[in-house]
Ligand binder design. Structure first.
Ligand code: ADP
Ligand code: MG
Length: 299
């Protein structure tokens, strides 16, 4: 495997941002880190790229331990940070040459920059200043910079956030193409993003891994649950709905509630509603989607 993480923890002051996470990633895999804001995705990525040390635990990339080799590790890893910091006064090619030089590439710098420009579709923008580019094209420059030293691992922190739908799909395609020959870890707080791009997903919540599986497997293992969405006119409390059955989960939604149960308990809900004079406006049995899996694991 190219990445191996064991019992990695990070404490900021008194806050435990990462709580003993362990996982592996393999060559040619696009792995998604999915989790709500503050889950610990960026923290994990910063540790994997050698930018911050872990508090405890170990992480290896291509057999190199990261905490002890935080400089050496940067040769192995390409990193697109969350806010994609670019020198916006520089021209595209100039910036890529600058980054190549910062990796110690001198003779091959021009060729490396040209290759990245063509690979990321920047040929027509190569002579523009970065500040003149659209957000989608700025993101391409960030990807080109992350890959210029030909690392075997790419760590992309929320690579499509803030892009419009067309730009999102272009960047997704680009990452999928790039991912064929590398190990890619990307983070997102959006389920559909991970569903569209990744082979495997690790769901992180409050510093812990709550799921780690192939996307289809996650969908299957949760498909045995029944999801009932119900809308009431005079909304009862979550607690009073939970009283229907101890084993059910109740989540508030925009319109009402989603109830997760081991059986189809629509009849029980209707009965309880009648007893309590809750007026049901609608009630539907829904298919379990990954979105709901994610919600139930991270609430
Ligand atoms: P995510 O990327 O999943 O949104 P982060 O890894 O950025 O989450 O943050 C995880 C937790 O650690 C959050 O609660 C965040 O506030 C906290 N945190 C992140 N960076 C720092 C820091 N430099 N100092 C203190 N707390 C931090
Ligand atoms: Mg983050």
């Amino acid at each position: 495997m190219t990445i191996k993480v064991t019992n990695l923890s990070k404490i900021y002051g008194s806050q435990k941002a990462l709580d003993s996470i362990s996982f592996e990633a393999h060559k040619g895999e696009i792995l998604g880190f999915l989790g709500p804001n503050g889950a610990g995705k960026s923290t994990t990525m910063k540790i994997l790229t050698g930018y911050i040390p872990a508090t405890s635990g170990q992480a290896f990339i291509n057999g190199i331990e990261i905490n002890e080799n935080s400089i050496a590790i940067r040769k192995e890893v390409g990193y697109l940070p969350e806010l994609n910091p670019l020198y916006t006064d520089m021209y595209v090619k100039e910036f890529l040459l600058f980054i190549a030089n910062s990796y110690g590439i001198t003779e091959g710098a021009n060729q490396a920059a040209e290759e990245m420009i063509s690979k990321t579709g920047l040929s027509l923008e190569r002579k523009k200043k970065i500040s003149q580019l659209s957000k989608g094209y700025k993101q391409r420059v960030g990807l080109a910079a992350a890959m210029i030293h030909n690392p075997s691992v790419l760590i992309l922190d929320e690579p499509t956030s803030g892009l419009d739908p067309n730009q999102v799909s272009e960047i997704r395609n680009l990452i999928k193409e790039i991912g064929k020959n590398k190990t890619v870890i990307l983070s997102s707080h959006i389920m559909q993003e991970v569903e569209a791009m990744c082979d495997r997903v690790i769901i992180i919540n409050r510093g812990k891994i709550v799921a780690d599986d192939k996307i289809e497997k996650l969908q299957q293992s949760f498909s045995k649950e029944y999801l009932i969405s119900v809308q009431f006119k005079n909304s009862p409390t979550i607690e009073s709905i939970k009283a229907i059955d101890k084993s059910i989960k109740v989540l508030p939604t925009k319109e009402g509630f989603t109830i997760t149960a081991k059986e189809d308990i629509r009849e029980n809900i209707a009965q309880k509603a009648a007893e309590n004079n809750w007026l049901i406006l609608s009630m539907n049995l829904e298919e379990s989607s990954l979105e709901q899996v994610f919600q139930s694991l991270t609430k």
